[in-house]
Design a protein around this ligand. Sequence first.
Ligand SMILES: Nc1nc2c(ncn2[C@@H]2O[C@H](COP(=O)(O)OP(=O)(O)O)[C@@H](O)[C@H]2O)c(=O)[nH]1
Ligand SMILES: [Mg+2]
Length: 203
Amino acid sequence: MNSLNYNKTKFFKSYSQIDEIEFQNGIEIGFIGYSNSGKSSAINSLTNQKKLARFSKTPGRTQLINFFEVVPGFRIVDLPGYGYANAPVLIKKKWQKRVYNYLEQRQQLRSLVLLMDIRRPLKKLDQKIIHIAIHHKISMLVLLTKCDKLVINEQKIQFKKVYEELKSLSDSFQIELFSAYKKIGIKKLQLKLNHWYDKYFLN
Ligand SMILES: Nc1nc2c(ncn2[C@@H]2O[C@H](COP(=O)(O)OP(=O)(O)O)[C@@H](O)[C@H]2O)c(=O)[nH]1
Ligand SMILES: [Mg+2]
């Protein structure tokens, strides 16, 4: 299996609409989840770069689709966080539409990393994303983020809960505990991305 050097990942560009995206080559792995679920922190720890995906909390930044290039033709896409607590309903709907358009129309999207705060997994919009992924046959890695916030026993309970629920829907999900702070799950994330790279590029 190829082992990619994630440290060399570069920020590429941000877009507000999918029809603005100029490149039609290569493949993309989307990072998706509620705002505050730890997407930017996960991308930063994956790539070992503190400020790559600035973990800015300003809605202006988080509503864009941010592209990063791992190696030419292999991109990580930081999708707008859904369910931003303080945003007006209409704005929230607009961001959600952006995410759904990307998921449903972007040919280059091959796989998703769904991030859920381990203390509050499987919320309404997570479920919706899971159903879209199943429907469009998009493979998915589920990260239960900020696992450092729970003791081991509680981590296991949450893991089991998510595992059982997802297993009843599909047998193609991989679920992992993750903590950007404690560096848990980073290797598993890298291995999964390596696997996807090989699967989509070499075949
Ligand atoms: N305890 C803990 N907090 C985290 C972790 N990862 C992110 N956070 C915090 O959660 C908040 C949201 O993180 P961020 O990466 O910006 O989430 P995003 O909105 O999904 O991009 C920030 O205050 C982070 O410091 C983690 O592994 N453990
Ligand atoms: Mg972010």
